[in-house]
Design a protein around this ligand. Sequence first.
Ligand code: ZN
Length: 311
Amino acid sequence: MTKLKRLLMRRKTLIVAFIAATGSFLLGVTLPMNLRANQPLAPIQAQVLAVSHSQEEQPISNINQFSQAIAHRVELSEQALAQLQEIRFQSGVPSQFQGTTIREAKLDSQHKAIALTFDDGPWPTTTTQILDILKENNIKATFFWVGKYLQTYPEIGKQVAQAGHAIGNHTWSHEYIKYNEDGAAREIDRTSSLIEQLTGIQTSMFRPPGGILNNGLAAYAQKKNYAVVMWSADSFDWRSLTESLMDNVMRQANSGGIVLMHDGGGNRSRTVKVLPDVIARLRKEGYIFVTVPELLQMQEQELQHQETAQK
Ligand SMILES: [Zn+2]
C-alpha cells in the first residue's frame, strides 16, 4: 500500500467516525422528541418543532453557529421534558400520603380549599361537557377513570389529561366483588398502565368502586403505595334530583374537603346541569378549587409551617 493510499484510508475512517459520532449525538439530542411523538403532547411538540424548523431555515455557516443550534435544541428538549415531567407528576401525591386512605385534607380555616372529583369516566358527551364547565370557571379537578372506559374512549381521556386535570385509578372493570391479590393486581395495574400509555401520567391515586375498602382492592393499592382517595362530601348525583344534589354538596362542604361526583358510568346530565351552580355557590362561600394532589400538598405545607413556627 502506498503512503498516499494509507493516508486516504485513514481519512476515510476519520470521516466515518466523525459522522457516526455526530449522528449518535444528534440522536441523543433529538430522541426525547421522537419518543414524545407517541405521547399526547401535541402543543408542546408543535412548539418545539416550530422553533426547530425556523432554526433549520437559516443556513449554518460555521461550526460555532452549528453548536449554538445544538445547544438551543438541547435547551428546548429540556424544557419539553420538564413540561412532560410536570404532566407525569400532576397526579402524584406527597410521599407521606402514599399507602394511606384519605377522606379529606386537614387544613386550617384560613385556607378554604376544596377538590371536585369525578368518577367512572371517560364517558361520551358528559365528560367533555364537564371539561367545558371547568374550563369556563378556570378550575382543575380530579378524575378517577375506569380502565375499560378509557380503552373505549381514549380521545376523551387524552382531552381530560391535556386540560391539566389530575387523574386517578378506579379499577379496570368497576365491580363490587371480592378480589385476591392477583385479581386486584389485574384491575389496578392494567388501568394504570393504560393511563400512562395514553397520557404519560403516572398516577398515585386509587379510588375503590363504591368506596368499598375491604374487598382486596384498597389493600393492594396501599401495598403499591397509592393513596386511597375517598371523599368527604357525596353529591349522590347518581340518584339525586338536581335540587338535592346541590344540597348534598353544600351541606357537607368544608375546607380540605373532597367532593364526589360522576362524569361517566351512566346518564350524568343532572351532574352537568347542576355543576355550574355548585361551583358558583362554593365560590360565593369563599372556596378555591384545587386537585386532590394540590389539596394534600397544601396540608403538607401547613404542617411544615407549623413545625418551623414551633422551632
Ligand atoms: Zn365508581
